[in-house]
Write a protein that binds this ligand. Structure first.
Ligand SMILES: CC(C)(COP(=O)(O)OP(=O)(O)OC[C@H]1O[C@@H](n2cnc3c(N)ncnc32)[C@H](O)[C@@H]1OP(=O)(O)O)[C@@H](O)C(=O)NCCC(=O)NCCS
Length: 158
């Protein structure tokens, strides 16, 4: 609803949020591209050291999440998603900045991510200072077996 202000709140997530994450995942990612993760993949990743989850809610309802991992002084943004009904209200931007702030606090100097070629998310990443640093051909396998290239983006953290 244009012109309406919506309250976006962020909180750190945990294993108790994975059902909600899965709901958002199924709603947000188009299965034809093969970018979404299963619940088991999310649980496995979340149990590893250095992995954290941020949940965004809009007007009290979970609407988006980010999953990230820190290894030494680098962070990888693993997943970022907003439910279609809550898009273009700054949810993903807020999640991305929260990941960068948390990474900075953990002493990280560089953040990496992979995104499907042609994904609208690239506009957000560029706006937040990410630059393209590489390509991975046929990285994603979609529902019908079609393969999609990934582009790697990165930015430094001051
Ligand atoms: C990409 C995605 C996370 C954006 O979520 P969002 O909460 O709508 O993003 P924001 O409202 O924070 O948008 C920030 C900026 O990104 C850009 N953007 C986001 N969606 C866009 C779209 N569909 N078309 C063009 N630009 C877009 C815009 O520059 C936007 O700023 P603006 O609204 O002021 O123009 C969401 O569309 C999504 O969940 N997509 C499916 C999952 C996915 O592909 N995730 C990224 C790869 S892991």
């Amino acid at each position: 609803m244009s012109g309406t202000l919506h309250l976006v709140e962020l909180r750190e997530g945990g294993a108790q949020d994975l059902a909600s994450v899965n709901t958002i995942m199924l709603d947000a990612f188009d299965a034809k591209y093969g970018e979404a993760w299963t619940s088991a993949q999310c649980l496995g990743m979340l149990s590893l050291p250095g992995v954290w989850l941020v949940i965004a809610s809009v007007d009290g309802q979970d609407a988006g999440f980010a999953l990230a991992r820190v290894v030494a002084d680098e962070t990888e943004l693993l997943l970022l998603a907003t439910r279609p009904a809550a898009r273009r209200r700054g949810v993903a931007g807020a999640l991305l900045r929260a990941v960068i702030d948390e990474a900075r606090g953990r002493g990280v100097v560089r953040v990496h991510l992979e995104v499907r070629s042609g994904n609208d998310a690239v506009r957000l990443y560029r706006r937040e200072g990410f630059e393209k640093v590489g390509e991975r051909r046929e990285y994603y396998r979609g529902r019908s077996g079609q393969l999609f290239d990934a582009h790697t983006y990165a930015r430094n953290i001051d």
